[in-house]
Design a binder for this molecule. Structure first.
Ligand code: HEC
Length: 504
């Protein structure tokens, strides 16, 4: 079989999005409709209201309420807060990075008469909110103009991130990494160079009712298991919803992902991902990409006007900028495509897809195209769908994912023990939760590959520990690395040692 490299294709003008007129931003940029009360939330969540995630969805903090006013520091309030406290942030502009290393803290913005609390990175600061505690809840914050992340979680379990409005915050918008049991809902995220909502190396995650647009990738579920992406509006990105195994990360699998009830429309934005990064290989005009992930169910989405293809199912060999990871299975297996509405996809495909069309003697650009290896995948109602190269795909024996209401946990993950075992594991945990967001083993992500750093710093973990506390700019073709001074000296050394040891 011909090897298809899904490189970035030529761009056509973005399709009109009149369809979304009712939900478009008004001229001053205020998003329409914001739900407010808990009860209406539960009702809006509908099917999920009596599920295992109810505990997370209705979580409230029970401690003191600390109020932060314009001109004051959110970080100072975090410093004073005890687990269980809520930090109320009043409307105003906050130019700071907030790091939360305690458990059970809620940061809740107060919106008054349309005025939001705004965190503004002024294109100088890297991150708005970083958390490593469990049970963190972040709501009602407007976050703009950071260079790295709006909200990044580093091994914080049982998190809730909702009702935030995130504009142009660099590489990732909402980015929980290495977490278990978390809910991301009712956020509006745009203008992100990688993924607007990026779930990395996590388990039991729900991403619902978000609006994501004008980003390279809308929603990405990467090296994660048991995730549901539903009821989201995903438009005008280069790629809409991605579920990947990215090679070279400490966790090697992605499976049990459900993508349903989303609007995935007109994802024809120019790909403005960092050159050489994996996401820069996402062909503009693609609704959904499944790369190497297993047991993915795609159901009841409206997938239309994506000029390259509605859905691409690919293995690692077929994708640009991917280095094979010998410990990761490169093939997407058991992908099930149930009933979806497909219309007007593939009207201007990239040249590799065109070549495949020529090979298959069709002039119709695809709703669904498969490239590379993979087994036991299926599609419902195949004759209604413009398929390309599905080869061995059969009809589905099961035709819905609805029996799985939620993968969120009925009982929250227990707090981390702080004993010797956790200390010994800290290096690995922090590497996965913090460094792997930018450093893969043998591939270029945001930072240089770990393999290269191992050679540079052989036998010198203290050198790494010192560098990351206060990184100096070294490489012309890389961005600056943000300081990791929020990690204690012991943790910096532990993570440095682990970085030198890690094998792939
Ligand atoms: C937000 C992305 C990001 C995160 C998170 C990150 N790094 Fe980096 N790192 C970079 C970039 C970008 C560079 C290249 C900087 C340059 O050359 O100026 C880099 C460079 C380095 C270097 C090379 C230093 C040198 O002397 O050339 C080391 C070592 C390193 N990082 C270790 C780490 C460790 C350990 C962690 C986790 C605690 C980490 N990094 C987290 C982006 C990141």
């Amino acid at each position: 079989m011909k090897k298809i490299l899904l490189a970035l294709g030529a761009l056509a003008a973005a399709a009109g999005l009149g369809y979304f007129g009712a939900r478009q931003f008004s001229s001053d940029g205020t998003p329409a409709a914001a739900a407010s009360s808990e009860s209406s939330l539960a009702a809006a969540a509908g099917r999920a209201s009596n599920d295992g995630g109810a505990a997370l969805r209705t979580a409230t903090t029970t401690g003191a309420v600390l109020t932060v006013k314009n001109g004051e520091s959110i970080q100072a309030a975090v410093g004073k807060a005890k687990p269980g406290d809520t930090i109320q942030v009043m409307p105003g502009t906050y130019r700071e990075t907030v790091f939360i290393d305690k458990d059970n803290i809620a940061i809740v913005g107060i919106i008054k008469d349309g005025d939001w609390p705004v965190m503004d990175g002024e294109r100088k600061l890297n991150d708005a909110i970083l958390y490593s505690g469990n049970g963190i809840r972040i709501e009602n914050m407007k976050i703009i103009h950071f260079k790295g992340n709006a909200i990044m979680g580093q091994s914080g379990n049982n998190f809730v991130i909702r009702h935030n409005w995130i504009v142009d915050t660099g590489v990732y918008g909402i980015f929980p990494e290495f977490a278990k049991n978390g809910l991301i809902e009712y956020n509006v995220v745009s203008g992100i160079e990688d993924a607007a909502i990026y779930v990395g190396m996590s388990d039991n995650i729900q991403v619902s009712h978000n609006e994501v647009y004008a980003s390279v990738a809308g929603i990405e579920i990467e090296n994660s298991r048991h995730a549901i992406v539903e009821n989201n509006m995903v438009y005008d990105n280069a790629g809409g919803i991605l579920t990947f195994i990215t090679p070279g990360l400490p966790i090697k699998t992605t499976f049990d992902v459900i993508i349903r009830d989303n609007f995935i429309v007109g994802n024809n934005h120019k790909n403005f991902g960092a050159p050489g990064s994996i996401v820069s290989g996402v062909p503009s005009g693609t609704g959904i990409i499944v790369m190497a992930a297993d047991d993915v169910q795609i159901e009841n989405n409206i997938i239309r006007d994506n000029k390259n293809a509605g859905i691409i199912v690919a293995d690692h060999k077929s994708f640009a900028n991917i280095t094979i990871d010998p410990e990761a299975d490169p093939s997407p297996d058991r992908v099930s495509i149930y009933r979806n509405l497909f219309a007007n996809n593939g009207y201007d495909p990239i040249s590799d897809v065109k070549a495949l069309m020529a090979l298959n003697l069709t002039r119709k650009g695809p709703d669904v195209v498969a490239v590379g290896d993979g087994k036991d995948s299926c599609i419902v109602n195949r004759s209604a769908v413009k398929t390309l190269n599905l080869g061995s795909w059969g009809a589905c024996s099961k035709t819905t994912s609805m029996e799985t209401v939620s993968y969120l946990l009925a009982t929250p993950v227990p707090p981390r023990a702080n004993g010797p075992a956790e200390q010994a594991e800290a290096g690995k945990r922090l590497y996965s939760a913090v460094c792997a967001g930018c450093h893969a083993y043998n591939a270029r992500m945001i930072g240089p590959p770990t393999q290269i750093l191992q050679v540079m710093y052989a036998d010198n973990p203290q050198g790494i520990a010192d560098y990351i506390a206060n990184p100096v700019k070294k490489r012309e073709d890389f961005p600056a690395m943000p300081p990791q001074s929020h990690l204690s000296p012991e943790h910096r050394l532990a993570v440095a040692k682990y970085m030198l040891e890690v094998k792939n």
